[in-house]
Design a protein around this ligand. Structure first.
Ligand SMILES: *Cc1c(COP(=O)(O)O)cnc(C)c1O
Length: 214
């Protein structure tokens, strides 16, 4: 099978499992070459996600799409990220949001990363810390607070975790009514995430194959 056939068949299989047509599929192309991104773009994929600035920078220069950044954020990379990304999913630090607002020259959609258990190694803030971050985003003309992003704790039961995430998101929307998006769900759990209310799913290995790193 050619790589094109393989990607086409994997993509179709994932799309068939997305029962809600309103859900945005972000294909996470991290570690895979730009040739794969080009094929997927030709197959109709409009949204791509990357975890590293350098990879996003080079791939986005070659493929016109809506580019998402969902990796760990380093302050000194924010200006670069704001240059190529259209959407940033992994914001969890007040100073990063404030800096992003000053370095971006175009409107950016942002998601605040929620952590259910506060595990610092996985990123995100606990629910009670979200408003302080949201208020910084709201004060910026360039940042549009799209919603929340969350990766469930490693050992969590996915349905329970996504149900909790969705409840936290509903409470968040009651204070920030425009923040209606919920970025949750990856290859292993996206159907459950959609069931629980995810509007954006980030899928890599189900489409591109399993990665040896990251
Ligand atoms: C790598 C990654 C994904 C995609 O994961 P798969 O399991 O390959 O679908 C989604 N979200 C984040 C934050 C990631 O780091």
């Amino acid at each position: 099978m050619s790589r094109r056939d393989e990607l086409a068949s994997n993509l179709a299989a994932v799309q068939a499992r997305i029962k809600n047509p309103a859900v945005t599929l972000i294909v996470v192309t991290k570690t895979y070459p730009v040739s794969d991104v080009k094929i997927l773009s030709e197959l109709g994929v409009k949204d791509f996600g990357e975890n590293r600035n350098e990879e996003g920078l080079t791939k986005s220069a070659e493929v016109n799409a809506r580019w998402h950044y969902q990796g760990e954020i380093q302050s000194r990379k924010l200006r670069d990220i704001a240059g190529w990304a259209d959407v940033v999913h992994s914001l969890d630090t007040a100073s990063h949001i404030a800096k992003l607002a000053t370095v971006t020259s175009k409107p950016l959609d942002i998601f605040l990363q929620l952590s259910l258990d506060g595990d610092p190694s996985r990123g995100g803030v606990i629910e009670s810390e979200l408003p302080a971050l949201a208020d910084i985003a709201q004060a910026s003309q360039h940042l549009h607070l799209a919603g929340l992003m969350c990766v469930p704790p490693v050992a969590a039961d996915p349905r329970r975790a996504f149900t909790e995430i969705a409840a936290a998101h509903r409470r968040f929307i009651s204070k920030y009514p425009d923040a209606t998006s919920l970025s949750a769900g990856m290859s292993g759990d996206f159907e459950i995430a959609i069931d629980c209310g995810a509007t954006h799913i980030r899928v890599g290995s189900s489409i591109l194959g399993s990665r040896t790193t990251r």
